[in-house]
Design a protein. Structure first.
Length: 754
């Protein structure tokens, strides 16, 4: 048998080809090979949601290579990832090759594996299956829904609020959660309350512990029992002057079970809490660990597949972990039988495993010299969590002590660790670490009847606080709680909110911007039935039903589209959003309102278009242009520094008669001729998002451009007049030929001149 195996990434291709040996050619598709064209009509509701795909321009070479390799093979094996998206990638590859006639007389097989190890790969090859069209349909339905929402709402936002905005089916609900939390914080009215906190010591001993006044005159003190400082301070002085005696001790031992091994969402949450990683960074590092490293002369994947919602572990993994615990810990740390966790989500795919090390013997200490710091930290987190999940529970001695003094009772609580169990290796992070620490404070040995002295008593003022803003961890948790989105989508959702400037991060918490709040206000006003947690979760349930074969995907789209289109039509007829003010127009006397424009908020007359009076909002006035010594090459007037949407630029002071503008910094000329027109040279410029690129100096006559830096060196393989310099984390700095059909590349060592 000779076969072509298609995987998603080149790193996986090299590893798998080494494992399979002769007879197998492994090629990478580099992700999806087809997508919806970036224009309206790719999903057509008028033709029963007919889908139109196009082969991505940068994937033509990949498909050509697969087609060429297939001419010498009898089997096509699709080995993309084992989730819905991976299934769809495999299907798209097959469809493109079938359209080209490249599959005539060929067998097509689908394989999946949870880890990139020799055993897992060979096991998958030995048990091939067919493409799961239920998963493909679910992924097509998701893509179609997201396309319909994006291509329908985004133009609406451009028209009603300002250009450059976007909306998404799940993204907009996540934004709503952030904005609603911000509104809750604004409207929250703090309520004052006082507590009496005492520092105590057992008579004749030096060990101090904290206690709080819990009862007065036989009545338990509620949270707001002490509402003013005068009475609280008087009571604190009384506590300090009163002798107390231990009147009651309550003890109990509590078993604390370990958390299950990671799934995608819990990995993102814990990496945010403990390592400070964004969800996007976590998934990028996890991808590297999954694809593996060169180890002992072989390339191995270090963790199992990182996009999973199952907490299951294979029998082999359980046996391996139990053997490791028995060999490296005392007998008490190994439970009598393996612990098996049950996945709560009904849509979880139990054939998958949780995220775990592919070999528990590959300890973090062993891999530390071989991994980058952040990748190692994430691996250590995964390794410890997985191993701890199979260790004995921790035992905590919890203690509550009541101390009587006249008509007052002081109460102290605490706990001590009787047996560390799994906590010797790992403890789960908390979104409120202060509370977790307070619950585990220690108390000295005490007996009923012991005298207790109050060293110090203070009246402490407190105010109730609103719910805190979302962190990445708490927002992922909230999305998961509502059943919104899927673990594999959380990283991209949160990243889009930041890229669109809908939110900013303050102390690692999400704060909505003016733009974000205006977009949310408009969407929730006009799409209340769609931009909400319940509806979005219902859609997710429908997609899961399609994946299970319980529902067809087109009826799901029909049920969504009819009410959504009606809301869109109504929103299109609505007035542009505005905030009312008490100001009136100086020209026509009509009310002025606040609107959101390209550069922020501004005041506008409600008499528009008859009256076009506008002015900057107080505090947001446009900055005055700065004069320069340069003159306009078109009209001779002085050039001034102006402030635009993308920063500072040079503009003619004679505007609007002369509309000449120039970048503030003149582009750097590389001196390398442009091969497309033969007249210009490549200039170093910056895109609107600040990314450096290189374009022809004769633009717009010639629009030839490069993302990578051109280097004045002929290609040794094809003779092209120049090559480019490309830097990636995986391959470092390389010289790469960009001539069509040439695949020459060469590693550039650090310090080597270009």
């Amino acid at each position: 048998m000779s076969a072509v195996v298609v995987v998603e990434s080149p790193a996986k291709a090299k590893t798998i080809e080494k494992y399979l040996g002769k007879g197998y050619r492994v090629l990478a598709s580099y992700g999806h090979v087809r997508a919806f064209p970036k224009r309206d009509g790719s999903v057509d509701p008028e033709r029963d949601f007919a889908l139109q795909y196009t082969l991505l321009e940068d994937k033509k070479k990949r498909i050509d290579a697969i087609e060429k390799a297939l001419k010498k093979a009898d089997t096509l094996i699709l080995a993309s990832d084992l989730d819905r998206e991976g299934e769809a990638i495999a299907w798209h590859v097959v469809e493109v090759l079938r359209e080209r006639g490249a599959l005539e007389g060929k067998r097509v097989q689908r394989i999946t594996f949870n880890e990139i190890t020799p055993r897992a790969i060979r096991e998958a090859i030995a048990h091939p299956t067919d493409i799961n069209m239920r998963l493909v349909d679910a992924q097509q339905a998701r893509s179609a829904l997201d396309y319909l929402v994006g291509f329908t709402l985004s133009p609406l936002l451009w028209r009603k609020i300002r250009t450059g905005l976007s909306a998404g089916r799940v993204q907009s609900v996540a934004l709503r959660l952030i904005c609603e939390r911000e509104q809750h914080i604004r409207e929250f009215k703090p309520r004052e309350y006082w507590t009496i906190d005492a520092e105590c010591v057992p008579a004749g001993r030096s060990s101090r512990f904290a206690a709080r006044l819990s009862a007065l005159n036989g009545k338990t003190l509620g949270k707001f029992a002490l509402s003013d400082g005068v009475s609280a301070k008087t009571l604190a002085r009384k506590v300090a002057d009163t002798p107390f005696q231990v009147s009651d001790i309550q003890k109990k031992q509590v078993r604390q079970q370990p958390a299950p091994p990671f799934i995608t969402s819990t990995l993102q949450m814990e990496a945010a809490r403990k390592l400070g990683f964004t969800a996007r960074k976590t998934m990028q590092l996890a991808q590297q660990l999954y694809e593996g490293i060169d180890l002992d002369g072989d390339r191995v994947g270090l963790i199992t597949y990182m996009r999973t919602d199952s907490v299951s572990l294979s029998e082999d993994a359980l046996s391996e972990m139990r053997e490791y615990i028995a060999a490296h810990f005392e007998a008490a740390f190994l439970p009598a039988r393996a612990r098996r966790f049950k996945t709560k989500s009904k849509s979880a795919q139990e054939a998958h495993e949780a995220i775990r090390p592919t070999a528990i013997a590959r300890t973090p200490d062993r891999l530390r010299p071989m991994l980058e710091r952040d990748a190692w930290r994430l691996y250590e987190l995964i390794w410890k969590r997985a191993l701890a999940s199979q260790m004995a529970p921790a035992l905590l001695d919890q203690m509550r002590v009541d101390m009587q003094g006249e008509d007052m009772i002081l109460r102290a609580t605490g706990s001590s660790l009787a047996f560390a169990g799994y906590r010797i290796l790992y403890t789960e992070g908390s979104d409120e670490p202060e509370q977790a620490t307070e619950q585990e404070r220690m108390l000295p040995p005490l007996r009923v009847g012991d005298a207790v002295e109050v060293q110090r008593a203070e009246a402490s003022q407190h105010f109730t606080e609103p719910k805190p803003r979302f962190t990445e961890a708490s927002l992922v948790k909230e999305l998961e709680r509502h059943g919104i989105g899927r673990p594999s989508t959380y990283a991209s959702i949160l990243n889009v909110l930041r890229e669109r400037k809908y939110v900013t991060m303050e102390k690692k918490r999400f704060v909505p911007t003016d733009v974000g709040e205006w977009v949310n206000r408009f969407l929730t006003e006009h799409f209340q039935n769609i931009i909400n947690t319940g509806f979005t979760a219902q859609i997710e349930d429908g997609l899961d039903a399609v994946a299970r074969g319980e529902q067809q995907w087109k009826p799901l789209l029909r049920d969504f589209w009819a009410p959504f289109k009606a809301d869109v039509d109504e929103a299109m007829r609505a007035e542009r959003p505005a905030e009312q003010t008490e100001e009136t127009c100086p020209e026509c006397g009509k009310p002025m309102v606040i609107k959101l424009g390209r550069y922020g908020k501004f005041l506008a007359c409600t008499g528009y278009p008859a009256c076009k009076v506008t002015r900057p909002l107080a505090g947001e006035e446009a900055q005055e242009p700065e004069t320069t010594d340069q003159t306009c090459e078109k009209c001779g007037a002085p050039m001034v520094i102006k402030h635009g949407r993308y920063g500072k630029f040079l503009g003619c002071s004679a505007y609007p008669k002369c509309k000449n503008i120039q970048p503030l910094e003149k582009p750097k000329d590389t001196g390398i001729p442009c091969p497309a027109c033969g007249k210009g040279t490549f200039l170093e410029k910056k895109s609107r998002r600040g990314k450096v690129f290189y374009s022809c100096s004769t633009y717009p006559k010639c629009d030839n451009a490069l993302w990578n830096k051109p280097v004045a060196r002929p290609c040794p393989q094809c003779g092209a007049p120049f090559v480019t310099e490309k830097t990636t984390k995986r391959h470092g700095t390389e010289h790469v030929c960009v001539a069509e059909g040439c695949d020459w590349r060469e590693r550039v060592e650090a310090g080597e001149p270009a």
